[in-house]
Design a protein around this ligand. Structure first.
Ligand code: C2E
Ligand code: CA
Ligand code: CA
Ligand code: CA
Length: 281
């Protein structure tokens, strides 16, 4: 079939601007991660989104999420720049920065006497490819004066299934060192039940795609009920992410979900807001 020249031109143009944006993001990420000579305004920073225990709705920890605010490009979402960091190998430096930054924050909160429970940090699939990931992370945490028992590590189901044997080994080491592990975006990958049984993870974090239409979808309800009952039989906790509505929360509470997170309780917030809203009496 002959291609419509107008369409080809349009697609190429779109492609070109897509590549250009990727390139700009990569260049900028490189710059902020590697050029520290001049003290620049902090473009990269962390925000924290609370978790609530159910049914009490008490603070059960936070998830640390990275943010990038570029002076000209504006706010770039991690959904956009994390994949680029992964494609270009910058993810290792970025993760290193994230872990250090969160450690500093937790040391500070600890010194101020704040009970932050555990703080979750997202781990990229690529980091698990490194057999020494557990050792490297442990030394990073210890060197900064933080403690593994302050952390939960969120690892996606897909990342785990990419290298099941190695992942189990790494998770065992992390757990022995007193980190806790949660399987993120649970339900969107394909873990076998055999595998799940032996996985050293304390928590299954149900993906928000199952929560979104929960109220109208009997299929989503069935999945959620099954995940909660299976997790509990295996001695694991269930966290629901992306909870926005009272009705979703009521359903989760009625079916024994342990922890919830989402805009219903709070968006990800700055460090200042965290101490104002959660730690000040
Ligand atoms: P994720 O780990 O699945 O994080 C959940 C995302 O859902 C976050 O988006 C969060 O802000 C958003 N969210 C929370 N509650 C709600 C809600 O009630 N409704 C809706 N619609 N969304 C909600 P965010 O912060 O833009 O992060 C996107 C993804 O980027 C994360 O997905 C995670 O995979 C990745 N990411 C974020 N920070 C980091 C990081 O420091 N390191 C790594 N490796 N990945 C990160
Ligand atoms: Ca996560
Ligand atoms: Ca998730
Ligand atoms: Ca996700």
């Amino acid at each position: 079939a002959k291609k419509n020249p107008a369409c080809v031109a349009f697609c190429n143009k779109e492609m070109a601007s897509y590549n250009k944006k990727r390139h700009i993001i990569e260049q900028n990420l490189r710059k902020i991660l590697f050029v520290n000579e001049e003290p620049q305004p902090q473009q990269l920073f962390m925000v924290y989104q609370p978790f609530m225990s159910l049914p009490e709705k008490q603070l059960a920890g936070f998830e640390a999420l990275v943010r990038w605010e570029h002076p000209e490009l504006g706010v770039i979402s991690p959904g956009e720049f994390i994949p680029i960091a992964e494609d270009t190998g910058l993810i290792f430096t970025l993760s290193h920065w994230v872990v250090n930054r969160v450690c500093e924050q937790l040391v500070e909160w600890h010194q101020q006497g704040f009970d932050f429970k555990r703080v979750s940090v997202n781990i990229s699939a690529l980091e698990l490819m490194n057999i020494k990931f557990a050792e490297d992370l442990l030394s990073l945490v210890v060197q900064s004066g933080a403690q593994p028992c302050w952390f939960k590590l969120e690892i996606t189901e897909t990342a785990l299934m990419a290298i099941p044997e190695q992942a189990i080994e790494i998770l065992q080491k992390l757990t022995m060192a007193d980190f806790e592990v949660a399987i993120d975006d649970f339900g969107t990958g394909y873990s076998s039940l055999t595998y799940l049984k032996s996985l050293p993870a304390s928590t299954l974090k149900i993906d928000q795609s199952f929560i979104r239409n929960l109220i109208d979808s009997s299929e989503d309800q069935a999945v959620i009920k099954a995940v909660i009952s299976m997790a509990h039989s295996l001695g694991k906790q269930v966290t629901a992410e992306g909870v926005e509505q009272q009705a979703q929360l009521d359903y989760l509470i009625a079916h024994g979900c342990d922890v919830a997170q989402g805009y219903y309780f709070s968006r990800p917030i700055s460090v200042q807001e965290v101490s104002r809203l959660y730690f000040e009496v």
